[in-house]
Design a protein. Structure first.
Length: 75
């Protein structure tokens, strides 16, 4: 399943990583009040985004390698 939707995984990872970076910045400049829930939410979003990004990139490399082997019958 990961191999079929690697683009969506990478897009979700980028969104989660951006949320995980922007929220602590907004909390640091006191635009958003820093709460325990928001702190854990931003940390969890950045960790989940990291894992999804790694899975998406790995899936993209597997698909790319499979296409290269399919196109070259002499390999």
């Amino acid at each position: 399943m990961i191999l079929e939707y690697y683009r969506q995984l990478i897009a979700a990872a980028v969104i989660l990583l951006m949320f995980g970076c922007v929220m602590p910045f907004l909390m640091a400049i006191h635009v958003v009040e820093s709460t325990l829930f928001l702190n854990f939410l931003s940390f969890g979003a950045s960790v989940l985004g990291l894992f999804l990004g790694v899975a998406g990139v790995a899936g993209a490399k597997v698909v790319q390698k499979h296409r290269a082997n399919k196109d070259n019958p002499y390999k």
